[in-house]
Design a protein around this ligand. Sequence first.
Ligand SMILES: Nc1ncnc2c1ncn2[C@@H]1O[C@H](COP(=O)(O)OP(=O)(O)OP(=O)(O)O)[C@@H](O)[C@H]1O
Ligand SMILES: O=P(O)(O)OC[C@H]1O[C@H](OP(=O)(O)OP(=O)(O)O)[C@H](O)[C@@H]1O
Length: 207
Amino acid sequence: MLTIAMPKGRIFEEAVELLRQADYQLPPEFTESRKLVIEVAEEQMRFILAKPMDVVTYVEHGVADLGIAGKDVLMEEERDVYELLDLQISRCHLAVAGLPGAKMNEIAPRVATKYPNVASTYFREQGEQVEIIRLNGSIELAPLIGLADRIVDIVSTGRTLKENGLVELERIAEVTSRLIVNPASYRLNGGAIERLVDRLAAVIPER
Ligand SMILES: Nc1ncnc2c1ncn2[C@@H]1O[C@H](COP(=O)(O)OP(=O)(O)OP(=O)(O)O)[C@@H](O)[C@H]1O
Ligand SMILES: O=P(O)(O)OC[C@H]1O[C@H](OP(=O)(O)OP(=O)(O)O)[C@H](O)[C@@H]1O
C-alpha cells in the first residue's frame, strides 16, 4: 500500500481531479469529509491530508511514500525528497512586488514574505542586502502599512496585487505542483510508484 500526502487547500481539488482522470477510484468522502486519513483499499492507497507546507515533512520522514507539493514549497524547504513529475496544476509564479515607484530604503531595506529562504537567496544573488520579515499570509499588507519596502509572494491572476495598488517588479520562478517521493520508498516500491507516475503522466494537461 502506498501512502500519499495530499495538500489541503487550493491544490487539493485539482490533484483529486487528476487522480480521478488517471482512473483512480476515489470515494466521495474524499472531497466531502473532514477525515485526515483516507484509505482506498481497492487502489492499495492511503491518503493523508496535510497543510501544503507540511507535505514535504511527511514525505522526508518517510511516513508518506509520496506527496504533492508546490514548487514554491520545495524551493523554500529544500528537503531530502525527489521530484518525480511536474503535475502542471496550480500554476502561479513567485515574484517581487511593491508600491509603484517606491524605492528600497537604502539604509535598512525590508522584504516581507512567507518564503524567507527563497527571498534571502534571491536578494543575495542580486547582491542586495535586505532584512527578511516572515509573515504567514496577507503578505500584500506589508508595503501598504509601511512594514516592508518589497514583498516576495505568489502571483496568479495578479488580482491581489492590483486591488491593493501594488505592482510586480521581478519574476523569481514559475510554480506548479509536483509529485514528490521519499528516496528510500522509491528504492523499495519502485514498481508501484512507476505505475502511478505513468498513469498520471498520461493525463497531465499539455502546456
Ligand atoms: N493564488 C494562487 N493560485 C494558484 N496557486 C496558488 C496560489 N496561491 C498558492 N498557490 C499554490 O498552492 C499551494 C497551496 O496554497 P494554499 O493557498 O492552498 O495554501 P496556503 O495558504 O499556502 O497554506 P496554509 O493553509 O498553510 O496557509 C502553494 O504552495 C502554491 O504552490
Ligand atoms: O494573483 P492572485 O490570483 O490574486 O493570487 C495571489 C494571492 O494568492 C495567495 O494568497 P492566498 O489566497 O493563499 O491568501 P494568503 O494571503 O492567506 O496567503 C498569494 O499569497 C497571493 O496573495
